[in-house]
Design a binder for this molecule. Structure first.
Ligand code: AP5
Ligand code: MG
Length: 210
């Protein structure tokens, strides 16, 4: 069973690496950020509520987020495992997750602030399938068009400098302390995510989780 969590600051590469590693184990990649953005696009009640928090770089309230993840993890495709990306990011979320299921590995992606700023400054993402690109680090074959599904590539609303600053501060305050929670369980592996070649980071993650 591979019940994994990828934790790391904004721009650490959680989404980029999870997208590759999910295929290696044939398990789903569950990104709460992508789920919220999908709900915002569809203008569902959850999306309307989430947008108020996300655009300014704030967290969506725990209660809503926990409910969303609990429902997602109860589906059949999670039986052999999953990669949680962006959840948990507060202590109440980690405690709630503990009651839902057992976590077998936590991959902590470590990245420096200058690398974060470079990555978020150039990130573009597909509106349709959520595939992640970067204007210079990982450009699409055709500018503005997704290589996978042909969808439109856009810059996230929370990738503005003020929102990035807020998100990084919240990460330090609320999410970084979770490492203690998981270190005590003995399930954490540390990965240096500063390497400019994503496939090298993926190799390192694989070596540590296999
Ligand atoms: P979320 O979507 O999870 O955003 P995040 O945590 O801020 O993380 P990012 O998606 O910004 O970074 P990433 O680590 O996935 O990096 P990526 O792979 O894209 O959450 C968004 C918002 O939703 C939150 O702020 C909050 O409001 C809400 N939310 C979500 N979950 C929540 C929760 N549990 N509770 C409450 N609220 C919640 O990579 C970044 C860029 O770098 C890309 O362009 C990529 O191409 C490039 N790149 C990646 N790796 C490399 C490399 N090795 N070399 C060169 N370039 C690279
Ligand atoms: Mg992401």
């Amino acid at each position: 069973m591979k019940n994994m969590i990828f934790i790391g600051a904004q721009g650490a590469g959680k989404g980029t690496y999870a997208d590759v590693i999910k295929a290696k184990f044939d398990i789903p990649h569950i990104s709460t950020g992508d789920m919220f953005r999908e709900a915002i696009k569809d203008e569902t009640p959850l999306g309307v509520e989430a947008k108020k928090h996300i655009d300014g770089g704030n967290l969506v309230p725990d209660e809503l987020t926990i409910k969303l993840v609990e429902e997602r993890l109860s589906r059949d495709d999670c039986k052999e495992g999953f990669i949680l990306d962006g959840f948990p990011r507060t202590l109440p979320q980690a405690q709630a997750l503990d009651k839902i299921t057992e976590i077998t590995q936590v991959v902590f992606l470590e990245v420096t602030e200058d690398v974060i700023m470079q990555r978020l400054g150039g990130r573009i993402q597909c509106r349709k399938c959520s595939k992640i690109f970067h204007k210079t680090n990982m450009p699409p074959k055709v500018e503005g068009v997704c290589d996978v599904c042909g969808g439109e590539l856009y810059t996230r609303d929370d990738d503005r400098p003020e929102a990035i600053k807020k998100r990084l501060a919240i990460f330090q305050e609320q999410t970084a302390p979770l490492m203690d929670f998981y270190e005590k369980k003995g399930v954490v592996v540390h990965v240096d995510s500063n390497d400019p070649i994503p496939s090298e980071v993926v190799k390192d993650i694989m070596k540590k989780i296999e």
